[in-house]
Design a protein. Structure first.
Length: 206
């Protein structure tokens, strides 16, 4: 998808060497102990304080460079309209991380990934032409699932983030029965009698 980039970013991208980092915003099921509605991480080797338009919390937020965040998968932007996804990997050795992200309430929470660039002389984040921090919005989507993987030495929590498009042909973990529906909606009995359908249902004109 074509996009217009600020002149300062275009100049940076055209240089012989580039120093950049990712900023990750993960919406939380409930406000944390600090009253924040999202978790903020960065791939930079140091914390970054920044105010973005997409952050759930207003004002400047601290994007933390610490051991909880481990990795982020690659994603690709194309000229065609298609569903994309990425995976975020967090350490599952921290009980707080597991209780926060390994829960059904995390499903459909917003995730945004930005890329920022650094001035290699001053290590300052590069501003755009208007004097605001220059970022590229790399990905925006919603959490579709999570998985905890354990080994003898470590444990990790992988969060799958899907783009805003929906894949109506994909077979998901949920099925169309009453028990599966009530995982998210305990009082909804929409699928109570779905197992009794004994004939084909035609959609549209027949």
């Amino acid at each position: 998808m074509a996009r217009g980039l600020d002149a300062n970013i275009n100049t940076t991208l055209a240089s012989n060497s580039i120093t950049s980092a990712l900023l990750i915003e993960i919406g939380l099921p409930a406000s944390d102990s600090a009253g924040l509605d999202a978790a903020y991480f960065t791939t930079a080797p140091f914390d970054i304080s920044l105010d973005t338009d997409t952050a759930p919390d207003s004002g400047t937020n601290v994007y933390k460079a610490q051991g909880k965040f481990i990795a982020i998968s690659n994603t690709r932007e194309t000229a065609t309209l298609q569903i994309t996804s990425l995976k975020l990997t967090l350490s599952a050795l921290d009980p707080e991380t597991v209780s926060t992200f390994a829960t059904a309430n995390i499903i459909n929470k917003d995730v945004t990934v930005h890329r920022i660039f650094f001035n290699q002389t001053t290590n300052a984040v590069i501003d755009d032409s208007a004097g605001e921090t220059a970022t590229i919005n790399m990905f925006a989507g919603k959490i579709g699932g999570y998985k905890i993987t354990e080994t003898k030495a470590s444990a990790s929590l992988t969060i799958e983030v899907q783009s805003q498009l929906s894949n109506f042909t994909r077979t998901n973990g949920r099925v169309t029965n009453n028990a599966s529906m009530q995982v998210e909606h305990p009082t909804d009995n929409s699928f109570e009698y779905c197992h009794e359908t004994d004939q084909e249902i035609n959609w549209g004109k027949t």
